[in-house]
Design a protein around this ligand. Structure first.
Ligand code: PRX
Length: 653
């Protein structure tokens, strides 16, 4: 470790930070920022285009349009391209059902399926530009339908199968999807999740839905509405074997994926075809060092962005062999995952810190029972990984042989932004740090005035240049796009995250700086939880904060005031928690519910967030002077004291 290479690509380092001698990475990063258009054009040439672009980038802040004039097709990149080579006989998907069933799809069977499914979509009238809601368990049909949509230019919006009817309905209403694709259930912990019934409930409230296409998974009886509902199998009987992939504009939307923000309504993040694919194709290679013989398993659900980019589009664009597992990580036994790693010879394993902490709790015996010698590289995503979990992962899963790539990114960034890049060159790792930005990513940590912070100082993470994975827009709400990402630090993309760079320039991601929670790696807005809480008939007002949780990272704490004539009771507390679970899904279940007489508010009626947070976390109020301007310190103190008294577990209702 030396200081002598400061000139090697220290371009993005604020003064005072040391640069380590990562020659290849540093050189590539420097070059990518000096000539972004040249750099990204070079990356884009790795894909197959029907027509090359006229311009690499149209940058009309805050809108970036990449590879303008170029035409390509995402399904073609992920499937057709490979069947023209020896990869036609290569495994594309190893699928394992929770109940032990297995299926293996080669690239040629995947090709057959995407064509037939695309034909099924056409049979029910789906056209280019239509939005299609996918509400499916983790079965091969989910990626196949995503690709089938991409093949004909339909825009998929995957709804996480753990979401309830209301969350589903909100998303469908926003996109005006006319088709829902679901199944007769999926397995979770041995039970059948009744997806079709939930979809029916959502469809009741969504006027745009014309068809529900149903995949058979469990074989259990589901209600079918005549004229609206149709089994996939009945369409496949008539399916054509070849549907030509549609040459699409690079800027054609590939998908819309909803994510939580700071207001009650989730944001529909729209991703492009060309920019998104180029970015993910490159990032995947740099981060995972993918090789032809790799067996890659990302344990995320396809319903999140990790599933879109890191299970479907990036690996398949490389012709990689992926593992897809339907069920719970510890079912029927706590070593289920390690059994899968051994069975398929997984070499690259990508999961979340919450999962690592779950297995830490179970102890090392589970992984120790299995031969994990196929593993070469481990990854982490979704939330900060605490050094203790990192060490456990390194020791018991990677057996002290496998580097860990801690990858920082977001639904909006489309792909991995900050991470070690063993595919470029190995970088000395620091447990808990995502290390450095990928080539082409101009990340910085700044104070509230937008000035770069000194080493060791916490600030806000921003990205100073557009990159090809940047979202196109917030669906139907350009104003929100501008406000959420581009107004806080004009000219730069605001991530909503706290971060710090150490004296070596390494990035440390320190959690959300806004009103968004990360519960077990799932992103959920306090406002979304609050509006679900007040939809319970007994609740008048609600405020949500989080408290640190040793397993989930953050746990939900809910404060509510009740309507007149409703009395607090332990039973009501349970019912409210159950209501949130039903309306949004299991991830929204609060760990604690407190009944309070009133919520602390500023004079203009805004909830005093700091007060709620401090009480939820059992902390003192800290520096009161920085609280919401218009509120007196005395008011805040009074609110804090009264709330704390009520939420004291020994005294509370
Ligand atoms: O707070 C950061 C956290 O997850 C947020 C993005 O959440 P979502 O859009 O659901 O995407 C998650 C999967 C890509 C970020 O704003 N986050 C993600 N990865 C990390 C992380 N925090 C720390 N370290 C990470 N590696």
């Amino acid at each position: 470790m030396t200081n002598s290479h400061e000139s090697d690509g220290a371009s993005s380092l604020p003064t005072g930070l040391r640069m380590w001698p990562f020659k290849r990475y540093a050189e590539m990063h420097r070059r990518s920022l000096e000539d972004p258009n040249g750099f990204w054009a070079e990356q884009a040439r790795k894909l197959d285009w029907y027509k090359t672009w006229d311009r690499v980038l149209d940058w009309n802040p805050p809108y970036a349009r990449w590879f303008v004039g170029g035409k390509l097709n995402a399904c073609y990149q992920c499937v057709d391209r490979h069947v023209k080579t020896w990869r036609r006989s290569k495994v594309a998907i190893y699928w394992e059902g929770e109940n032990g069933e297995t299926r293996v799809l080669s690239y040629s069977t995947l090709f057959r399926d995407v064509n037939r499914y695309a034909s099924a979509l056409q049979q029910i009238g789906v056209k280019k530009g239509d939005r299609i809601a996918l509400y499916l368990p983790m079965i091969p049909e989910l990626p196949v339908f995503m690709l089938a949509c991409a093949r004909i230019g339909a825009v998929h919006t995957v709804i996480f199968s753990g979401f309830g009817a209301q969350a589903m309905c909100d998303r469908i209403e926003d996109t005006k999807a006319k088709v829902i694709i679901t199944s007769d259930g999926g397995y979770r912990r041995g039970k059948i999740v009744p997806l079709k019934e939930i979809a029916d409930e959502a469809a009741k409230q969504c006027s745009t839905v014309e068809k529900i296409l149903v995949v058979k998974r469990t074989g259990h009886q589901v209600p079918m509405t005549e004229g609206r509902d149709v089994w996939l199998s009945s369409l496949l009987d008539e399916a054509e074997v070849l549907i030509k992939p549609e040459p699409l504009e690079s800027t054609h939307p590939l998908y819309i994926l909803y994510t939580s923000g700071t207001t009650g309504k989730p944001k529909g993040v729209v991703h492009s075809t060309g920019g998104y694919l180029v970015f993910n194709h490159s990032a995947y290679e740099w981060v995972f060092d993918i090789k032809e013989e790799s067996v890659y398993w990302c344990t995320a659900d396809v319903g999140w962005v990790t599933g879109h980019s890191s299970i479907v589009y990036a690996p398949l664009s490389h012709g990689a062999a992926i593992v897809l597992y339907e069920g719970a990580p510890d079912y029927p036994t706590v070593d289920r995952w390690w059994d899968i790693v051994e069975k398929y010879g997984v070499s690259i394993f990508y999961t979340s810190p919450t999962a690592v902490r779950l297995f830490m709790r179970y102890g090392p015996e589970g992984p120790q029972k299995h031969d994990l010698s196929s593993l070469e590289l481990l990854g982490s995503v979704g939330e900060p990984i605490n050094p203790e979990a990192w060490q456990w992962y390194y020791k018991y899963i990677g057996r002290e042989r496998c580097p860990i790539v801690d990858t920082w990114w977001q639904t909006e960034t489309g792909g991995i932004m900050i991470s070690p890049t063993p595919g470029i060159e190995p970088i000395p790792l620091k447990p808990g740090s995502a290390t450095f930005p990928l080539p082409g990513i101009d990340a910085a940590v700044v104070d509230s005035d937008g000035k770069e912070t000194a080493a060791g100082q916490t600030g806000y993470l921003i990205i100073r240049k557009p990159w090809p994975g940047l979202l196109l827009d917030v669906y139907g709400n350009p104003q929100r796009y501008k406000e959420a990402y581009w107004s806080r630090f004009p000219g730069s993309y605001y991530t909503g995250d706290f971060a710090m760079r150490d004296e070596d320039g390494y990035f440390w991601l320190l959690g959300r700086a806004d009103e968004v929670l990360k519960v077990a790696g799932h992103r959920i807005g306090t406002a979304e939880l609050e509006s679900a809480a007040i939809s319970h008939p007994a609740v008048a007002e609600a405020a949500v904060a989080s408290k640190p949780d040793p397993l989930k990272g953050e746990a939900i704490v809910l404060f509510v005031t009740l309507k007149k004539d409703v009395s607090p009771s332990p039973d009501l507390r349970k019912k409210i928690a159950e209501h949130l679970r039903r309306v949004i899904g299991p991830i929204a279940t609060p760990d604690e519910v407190y009944f309070v007489d009133s919520l602390p508010k500023t004079r203009s009626g805004k909830i005093m967030r700091r007060v709620i947070k401090a009480v939820a976390q059992g902390k003192s109020l800290g520096d009161l002077t920085t609280i919401e301007d218009e509120t007196s310190v005395e008011d805040v103190k009074r609110a804090y004291e009264s709330l704390r008294k009520i939420s004291d577990p020994d005294k509370g209702a």
